[in-house]
Design a binder for this molecule. Structure first.
Ligand SMILES: *Cc1c(COP(=O)(O)O)cnc(C)c1O
Length: 413
């Protein structure tokens, strides 16, 4: 089979609209953060129902700045799950804080709110059993923030997580890299879930995400102090009043308030983002239709579990997470690997989301984790295969995936 027939795992959906936007910015003579970024921020904030938005060069940057802005410091604890990408936990480490992992719900693969509450209560009582194994002989730090991750774009239980933070002085920084557009019980991901706690939501516009600027991200919050601090820290820690110093009305004066970072988005990227934003609902609807096709095509196959969308949840369908079960007596790892290999032979790109954090050498060695420490994350990881789901997929590509999955299932399961 020739290479161009391969069904890629992910592919951006862009056309002449994006090309014209880039050309317009090139012609303007202003390539980095400027008017396009300000417009993209205003339009994105409106789309997700947040008060403030800050355009950044990644979701990782947005999460780093959010944690910094809510006061996470050396020695603090931040709670998230092992079932996520590297970025969620590394930003906690950037600040010298410790990620405390909580296992996930087997259906959504999102943080288990009951386990989250128990972990927070144990840490409040100084019970070190909630800490990573290697830290249990030391002091128990203060929990400063919770970082739920909306895996595949399926929203977390916003109310249950908010109830844990409410009244405890715990910030919530949502990893919404997969979750645009998505909503929980009618509330778009991006809005404050309600309750008394500081809150920021971080979106990704990486090349494979639901809308893309190549690389890019957005921090959304209703909290003016968070966005003000993040804005300063996103550009070298330089005072906000001096940021416009290259524009006609700006001044040459500036003041360094803190050793900040270099996290600003370019106007070139923002112009892509604005076009992608205008297509976001149509692209999501196409992904939802692909998901329906897959769900129906795989419903009758033994050994396969299709993704569940909980009631009153709108998922972004960033990922289509199929789960495979090896037949009795067969090795789960080998069967999953064989499934991926058969799809590859049929010209279908796949991925696995995610290798849980606690299995990676850095976290395993630093914190003394064993695979069984998070049994749900470990078990579900071994079952997971992500299939292609993106709006530029043709119907014939979708049908090829269906045929290849059905054939692999009949051979292996
Ligand atoms: C992609 C991703 C990120 C990071 O997004 P970037 O924009 O690449 O920094 C964070 N969390 C999750 C779950 C992701 O999949």
């Amino acid at each position: 089979m020739s290479r161009d027939e391969f069904v890629f795992f992910a592919r951006p959906d862009t056309d002449d609209d994006e090309r014209r936007a880039i050309e317009r910015v090139l012609a303007s003579g202003w390539l980095t953060s400027g008017e396009e970024c300000r417009r993209f921020e205003a339009e994105f904030a409106e789309a997700v129902g947040g008060r403030f938005a800050l355009a950044l060069n990644s979701c990782t940057a947005a999460m780093h700045l959010s944690l910094e802005a809510v006061g996470v410091r050396d020695g603090d604890l931040v709670i998230t799950t092992p079932y996520t990408f590297a970025a969620t936990a590394e930003v906690i480490r950037y600040l010298g804080a410790t990620p405390v992992l909580v296992d996930v719900d087997p259906v959504t693969l999102n943080i288990d709110p009951g386990a989250l509450r128990r972990t927070v209560e144990r840490l409040e009582h100084g019970d070190s059993v909630a800490l990573p194994p290697a830290l249990r002989d030391g002091p128990v730090g203060a929990v400063r923030a919770l970082m739920p991750v909306h895996i595949a774009g399926h929203p977390c239980d916003q109310q249950a997580i908010a109830a844990v933070a409410d009244g405890r002085d715990l910030a919530i920084v949502e990893d919404a890299a997969h979750a645009f557009p998505a909503a929980w019980h009618g509330g778009p991901i991006g809005t404050h879930p309600g309750g008394n706690f500081r809150h920021a939501v971080c979106f990704s516009f990486y090349a494979t995400k639901t809308i893309t600027t190549g690389e890019g991200g957005m921090l959304v919050t209703d909290d003016e102090a968070i966005v003000d601090r993040a804005r300063v820290m996103s550009l070298h820690g330089i005072s906000a009043t001096a940021r416009d110093r290259y524009t006609a009305g700006g001044s040459w004066e500036y003041e360094i308030l803190a050793p900040g970072f270099k996290y600003n988005l370019t106007d070139l990227a923002a112009s892509l983002g604005r076009v992608q934003l205008s297509k976001a609902i149509a692209m999501r609807d196409r992904r939802a239709s692909i998901a329906r096709t897959y769900n129906e095509a795989f419903a009758d196959l033994p050994g396969l579990e299709t993704p569940t969308v909980l009631s009153d949840c709108d998922t972004a369908w960033h990922l289509y997470q199929l789960r495979v079960d090896a037949p009795a007596g067969a090795d789960q790892r080998a069967v999953r690997a064989g499934f991926i290999a058969l799809l590859h032979e049929a010209g279908i790109g796949t991925s696995v989301h995610f290798i849980p954090l606690h299995l990676h050498s850095y976290y395993r060695d630093l914190y003394g984790y064993a695979p069984e420490d998070f049994p749900v994350a470990h078990r579900e990881f071994l079952r997971e295969i992500s299939l292609p789901i993106y709006s530029s997929m043709t119907d014939s590509a979708v049908q090829r995936v269906v045929a290849a999955v059905r054939s692999a299932a009949s051979e292996l399961l």
